[in-house]
Design a protein around this ligand. Structure first.
Ligand SMILES: Nc1nc2c(ncn2[C@@H]2O[C@H](COP(=O)(O)OP(=O)(O)OP(=O)(O)O)[C@@H](O)[C@H]2O)c(=O)[nH]1
Ligand SMILES: [Mg+2]
Length: 322
């Protein structure tokens, strides 16, 4: 199950305690203080990974606690530093500290953010040695690690967003162009959650099909459109099986507008799919001409024509580089 919102509780490790220890020398039992300081507690760190599904793994685990620092030791040895706790989050996560309202984002693979700092270690008795106090018994406990509730929301990061009515061939195209292995089906709403695919370092996101009224909750609704907000370009697929291709185009554009007007300003390529089902090729040319008045780049393809798929991929790369 795909999850793009989650609340978690996290706590950095407490610092280890300082300790009271004594040096032992021949014939002298308490030859001076030697209690070491406690170690720092581990930090809590968020790390961006290329795994859009990872939040679903945390559905049952909403508590994240980093390791406590080790207590100080004899012979003035410091306690071990607690291991940092890394929370792996999808690229595109926005992390909000619920109490402070502070927001941070993870936008690139491998990016790391310090969310919570581990507590400092306490001081051992060696620390309190002075000319007037040669046998200090003082020590301090470690400081607590920081702690907070976070709200995590993911807006996927991709170069291209595939949009269109159900059955347009979005997932099929994703599989043909990228390394993805998305489910494809001859019925509407095969895709229930976003899929990502990669080609030549570019990322394409394929989202569930939209229908008229998606903004009012029809079909699968329109909340998935947030996952194309961060794309550079939209590829709008329309199956030539549609009686009214222009109408299909307008329906989707209207749904984009209802969700967020900004989406209309993104570069758009219209891809008419399933040309193999149309015998009258002049009919396709007519449709292209009409659509070119609304969108400058309109192209017609069949999934079964490898050369067309290759040309389309090259076109995507060219347009992304512009
Ligand atoms: N004949 C033909 N069929 C195609 C072509 N492209 C896709 N299909 C078929 O169209 C159907 C729908 O394809 P999908 O890729 O699942 O469509 P989708 O747009 O992802 O659909 P949803 O996930 O429901 O929104 C499948 O049966 C595909 O095999 C094409 O170029 N020609
Ligand atoms: Mg699909």
């Amino acid at each position: 199950m795909f999850i793009d919102e989650l609340k978690i509780h996290a706590k950095a490790g407490d610092g280890g305690d300082g300790v009271v220890r004594w040096r032992h020398e021949k014939g002298k039992e308490f030859a001076g203080p030697s209690g070491g300081d406690g170690g720092y507690g581990g930090n809590v760190i968020a790390t961006a990974v290329r795994d859009s599904q990872i939040l679903s793994k945390y559905r049952t685990k909403k508590e994240f606690v980093a390791e406590r620092g080790g207590d100080g030791m004899k012979k003035s040895l410091h306690g071990a530093v607690g291991t940092d706790l890394e929370i792996l989050l999808p690229i595109g996560s926005v992390i909000t500290n619920i109490r402070s309202g502070e927001k941070v984002s993870l936008l690139e693979e491998g990016e790391k953010l310090l969310l919570l700092k581990g507590g400092a270690g306490g001081r051992g008795n060696e620390h309190y040695k002075s000319s007037t106090n040669r046998s200090p018994k003082e020590f301090t406990n470690g400081w607590p690690g920081e702690e907070a509730d976070f709200y995590i929301e993911v807006e996927l990061v991709a170069d291209i967003g595939l949009i269109g009515l159900p059955n347009a061939g979005k997932s099929s195209l994703l599989n043909a162009i990228t390394n993805a292995n998305a489910k494809v089906g001859a019925h509407p709403f095969t895709t229930l959650e976003p899929n990502l695919g990669e080609f030549y370092g570019y990322i394409i996101s394929d989202i569930p099909g939209l229908i008229e009224g998606a903004s009012e909750g029809k079909g699968l609704g329109h909340k998935f459109l947030k996952h194309i907000r961060r794309t550079k370009m939209l590829v709008h697929l329309i199956s030539l099986e549609n009686e009214d291709v222009e109408g299909a185009y307008k329906t989707i554009r209207k749904e984009l507008e209802q969700f967020d007007k900004e989406l209309l300003n993104k570069k758009e390529i219209v891809v008419l799919t399933k040309t193999d089902l149309i015998d009258d090729k002049k009919q396709i040319d007519k449709i292209i001409k009409k659509l070119e008045k609304k969108c400058p780049i309109v192209i017609a393809i069949s999934l079964y024509d490898d050369n067309e798929i290759k040309l389309l991929r090259d076109l995507f790369i060219k347009e992304l580089k512009k």
